[in-house]
Structures are given as C-alpha cells and as structure tokens.
Unconditional design. Structure first.
Length: 368
C-alpha cells in the first residue's frame, strides 16, 4: 500500500447536504448533477451522523458540521433546524448563495451561532456566470442578502469563482471584497468537475500573474484574509522554521460528505451524486446502514477507487516539483480531467490553483 494517502481515523469536519436543490440560481459553472431536483435529507440521516460526530466533538471543540448544497436555505428553516438538532458541541457553518436570506433567516443564523459563507464572484461585471433559473443576473439578489447579514451584524466569509484569472482585474476583485465586509475570501479558479465540462484552458503564466497581482492588492490593504495567499505564507513559514512535514507524510482528512440520502463520499465532495462503471457511486457506504465511525475505520476496504488514487498521488510525488506544497491533485479533479481515471497526475486545478499560486505569491515576494 502506498503511504502517500493514509486517511486519518477521525475527520476535522463533516459536510452535510440538506437538499440537492439550488434555488433560485443555476450557475453556469456548477458541478452539481441534481441541483434542479428537490431531494431533502431525512432527519434519520442527521441522527445517524450525529451518533458518531458528537463523540468526536467532545474531544475536538473545533469540530465543524458544514451545510453545503445545493442551497442549504432551500431546505427551509424548520427542516434545517430538525437536521441540526441531533448534533451537540459542534460548530455549524453553511455556504449560501445569499438569495434567500431575509430577516427571519438572519435571526435563525444568529440564534444558532451558525458560521456563514457567501458565494459571489465579485462586482456585477464578474458575476456573469451566476444566473437565476430564468437566466438573469443574480448579483442584486445576492447583495440584498449580504446587506441583511451586515444589518444583523452576522460575520461572513466569501468564496469567488474566477473563470478567467485576468491579472488586470485582480485588484478590482480584491477591492470589491475588501469593501464588502467579509472577513475571509477564498478564490476558486473554475475547475472541470462533474456537470461542468466546458472550461477554458488557462495559461499557467497568466494564472501566476493573476495570483501575483492579487497578492499585491492584498498587501497594499490587508484588511481581509485571502485564503490562498495564507496557505502559501503558512507553507513558507513552516519551511523557514524547519517545522514542515512533507506533504503526503501526514494523514489525509477523510472529509466525509454525507449526501441527502446518507451516502458517504470521502475526500472529494464533488464526486457525490455521480456513478461510474468501475467505482459505482463513489460512496464508502451509507450511514443508514453503518455508523459513520465504522465507515471511516473500514474505508480502505469499502472505497474501491482509493488504490488507483494512491497510484496517482505517488506519481505526483515522483514527478512534480510542487508536490511538497500541493500534496497531489484531488480525486474529483483527476477523475473528471483524466477520462475517469484516478491515477493521472497534473490537472487544471493543480496548474492554476496550486503551482501558479505558489509561483505568483513567490514572485511578488522576490520583487519586493
């Protein structure tokens, strides 16, 4: 067995899919296969997950239960409350498109101290991919929801998907989020995953220049955290202090994603809802049949794609100079970019969001 992918026995978080429905948006780059269907998670699934999670949370007060869709708010407040109630001692967070946020939802979020992440791609001119079911811009409905969060003084982070990492617009992107009021910004360069197959190729040099320009904008006014820049700085700090552990030598967080029906997919949430002739539904099992703790303890035998994924990570270690930072491409990126194989190596995600990121931030540091 390759040592490049050893799963930790206990995760640091669990992702829960309360509904497959994304409402009222239909983003053009969305990877979710069932986003137009309203499948709701039964309370029995949440109860089954909580039976394992509550024990882990007693040992780890920072344990997170992440509600991620579809659009979690589309499940409704009553159902979401019923799904959250079985969990004890956890930190609940959710990622939302903000379109459904109203004063009642804000009161719900504040009362339960739920961490909020908002998906918005920057100023209106950068939100052309985030459209409603009718094909209209979603920018103003998202901003209306964000304004309600601000009015209720609910802290929030933000995630932006960048389809074209244009260095000339990096400063504009950063300025928008610096003024928006979020505390953290995550920037995802659009990926080839799931239902999203029409992704343009991005030149690595252009992507590196984008990250360099974004770093320059952040450094000029570091009022919010930029997730990707922080990752590079953390890595550099560990290297300089001699405290880093080589990527691949530490256990991988299994990051279990629990689908609406209780199926559990490990490491890559983007694989949930898809099937393959060789790997079936990619699930390690179902919490309605076996405890989540048992599924993780027996993940090696229950997850048919893991051996092939390990081969891919080993190949990355042997061939990629950025492996110490990257640790190897994620399963979903490999699968969807390499014709259904998990043992391919470099992906667009590697190139634009890991290698180019490291190059861009490093280039800024060298020039300053």
């Amino acid at each position: 067995m390759h040592q490049d992918v050893v799963l930790a026995a206990v995760p640091g978080s669990v992702i829960m899919q309360p509904t497959t429905l994304c409402q009222p948006l239909d983003c053009r780059y969305c990877y979710l296969p069932l986003r137009r269907e309203a499948h709701l998670m039964p309370v029995a699934v949440a109860e089954a997950v909580a039976a394992s999670v509550n024990g882990w949370a007693r040992a780890d007060p920072a344990f997170e239960v992440v509600w991620h869709g579809g659009e979690p708010l589309a499940a409704g407040r009553e159902r979401l409350a019923m799904l959250m109630d079985p969990f004890q001692g956890v930190r609940h967070t959710m990622q939302t498109n903000a379109a459904l946020l109203d004063d009642e939802w804000c009161a719900f979020l504040a009362h339960r101290n739920i961490g909020v992440g908002v998906s918005i791609d920057g100023p209106e001119s950068m939100n052309t991919q985030r459209v409603t079911r009718a094909g209209h811009s979603s920018f103003h409905v998202a901003m209306r929801g964000i304004e309600r969060l601000r009015r209720h003084r609910i802290p929030f982070s933000a995630i932006a998907v960048v389809s074209d990492p244009d260095p000339g617009r990096a400063a504009e992107l950063y300025s928008f989020f610096a003024e928006l009021g979020c505390h953290t910004l995550g920037v995802n360069v659009e990926e080839t995953e799931g239902a999203n197959t029409a992704v343009r190729d991005v030149d690595r040099g252009r992507a590196a220049a984008f990250w360099e320009a974004l770093t320059e904008a952040w450094r000029a006014a570091p009022v919010i955290e930029v997730r990707e820049i922080s990752r590079v700085l953390h890595f550099a700090s560990q290297v300089l202090q001699g405290t880093e552990r080589r990527a691949g030598s530490r256990p991988w967080d299994p990051l279990p994603t629990v689908a609406h029906d209780g199926a559990v997919v490990l490491i890559s949430p983007e694989l949930a809802g898809f099937t393959d002739d060789r790997f079936g539904d990619f699930a390690t099992g179902n919490v309605l049949a076996d405890p989540l703790s048992a599924l993780l303890a027996d993940a090696e035998a229950r997850t048919p794609w893991l051996p092939e994924f390990r081969d891919g990570v080993a190949a990355c270690r042997a061939t990629c100079p950025a492996f110490a930072f990257c640790g190897g491409a994620h399963p979903a990126n490999r699968y969807f970019e390499h014709g259904g194989r998990m043992d391919g190596t470099r992906t667009r995600y590697c190139t634009t969001s890991k290698i180019a990121l490291l190059e861009g931030v490093s280039r800024y540091a060298r020039s300053h």
